[in-house]
Design a protein. Structure first.
Length: 102
């Protein structure tokens, strides 16, 4: 990876990984500040269909000046989202899993 920061998604599990001295580490908190000798991979999670047991939407804020990355959560209308899933003819389990985040 040439860049110091890479944002990825689709796993639906928000996490931050650090690479220093050819070692990759999972950062067990929702904030990280990038140091000069470090590369970061951020899985921003999912606005819908979370898979980490938390039904809230997940997103990321990156302050390019300070180098601070923060994973955030916010509530949304899970019931309405589930209704739209069912109305669209998608499988019921996709609507049901929204309430538990799995």
């Amino acid at each position: 990876m040439d860049n110091r920061v890479c944002f990825v998604g689709h796993t639906h599990k928000p996490r931050i990984f650090s690479q220093r001295n050819n070692k990759i580490t999972l950062i067990n908190k929702n904030k990280a500040k990038i140091s000069k000798n470090e590369k970061i991979i951020v899985d921003v999670g999912s606005v819908g269909q979370p898979r980490d047991g938390d039904s809230r939407a997940s997103y990321c804020v990156y302050d390019t000046k300070s180098g601070l990355i923060e994973l955030k959560r916010c509530e949304y209308n899970v019931d309405k989202a589930g209704e739209k899933i069912v109305k669209a003819g998608l499988p019921l389990f996709l609507a049901e899993r929204l309430t538990v985040g799995i």
